[in-house]
Design a protein around this ligand. Sequence first.
Ligand code: TYD
Ligand code: MG
Length: 454
Amino acid sequence: MIIVVATTTSSKIRLAHVCSECGSAHPKWAGQCSGCGAWNTLEAEQVGARPATVAPSGAAVPIGDIDVLAASPHPTGLAELDRVLGGGIVPGSVTLVGGEPGVGKSTLLLQLLAWWPGPALYVTAEESAQQVRLRAGRLGAVRPDLWLLAETALPHVLAAVDELAPSLVVVDSIQTVHDPELGSPPGSLGQVRGCAHELVALAKRRDVPVVLVGHVTKEGSLAGPRVLEHTVDSVLAFDGDRHHALRLLRAVKHRYGPTSELGLFEMTGKGLVGVPDASALFLGDRRTGVPGSAVVPTMEGQRPLVIEVQALTTPAPPQVPARRTTQGVDANRLALLLAVLQQRAGVAVAQHDVYASTVGGVRLVEPGADLAVCLALVSAYTGRSLPPDLAAFGEVGLGGELRQTAHAQRRLTEAARLGFRRAIVPAASPDVATMQVVRVATLAEALVAAGLVE
Ligand code: TYD
Ligand code: MG
């Protein structure tokens, strides 16, 4: 008989003398077993090499034998959310939805729960059950399979999941649940991290998708939830201007698909409504023939979006540094473009206050929008408006050259679809039917082609 005396604290191998009759172990050899009294039964054994208590989490298998269908996404019923997630929610995955308070996170997830086929659990650790019930009524989320738990203590949440065995769990929010066993105070980083770890373990153990809501501060850091980015499978950022109905959903991290897709929603009286034709929405309020307005076909992931950039310039008072104010346009990028306009195209904007913004709360982060920003600026500065059927894109270099940007064909096709007939673009851009494509090599040439300077 062989008995192994396990030592879980030390990985050192040591010898024990184990009785072959009764199995009792002795640190030293002896002629008689102290356990059963038998003589000459002790045998030397190696013990303590491995902790005997670690259960394997899975055996190695040939890679081709893995069932990929088990990890295929389930559609969410919200086409724009599916677009961002690359098809839907994957079983056993943990998704963090971050956004500023009031942007519509709870609304989005209630709409997801309203549609979800199967039992689902919504844990509200922020709003009362009555508040959620009222909202659910308006969103059509009152259905027999949807369970509501108004609870902040994590052990109760875990117990509810064990009892109800839902096929989707939403925890709103991760900052307001706490685990009394963790010791750190509620709301602390330790709590956020600890609770998230337990919910991730739950998702993997039960193979149930878990969605966590995380509040983001105005500064944009997922204060608290940022520390969770490596813990969860996917991080979605939900943002948009509070005073504007448009909401943008992006994947910041996504283990199951691309992170470049953009989802667009409009907040209405009946919750969030997907916006499939966003360009039409962005251009809806445009007034043509006004100086300071330019149109750019920009790219958000694989999605072309045609949007309007606006600019305004006014002479700054003498001895006061000129002011630059932006909304939706990167302030550093604007400073760079103003310097290039001044030095390479002879547009003396240094002593002017400059305002630049995008319409609809969209943020222009790609350099392909440079040319349109410059055209809007020069149009405002000269008081000359751009032709109403003109669109423009291209990256502006420090030498005043116009550089090629990715997806030229898709940008042009989208602009043509919306009725634009002329485009000023970098030299190597392709041709598009129904459109006059004007190729230029420099910013200065572009200003002439647009009719802004002679
Ligand atoms: P909410 O989902 O509570 O935001 P978050 O969870 O991110 O803090 O949504 C907040 C705003 O959305 C609130 O000001 C009201 C508005 N809203 C609508 O306009 N229509 C609706 O149908 C709902 C449910 C909310
Ligand atoms: Mg909320």
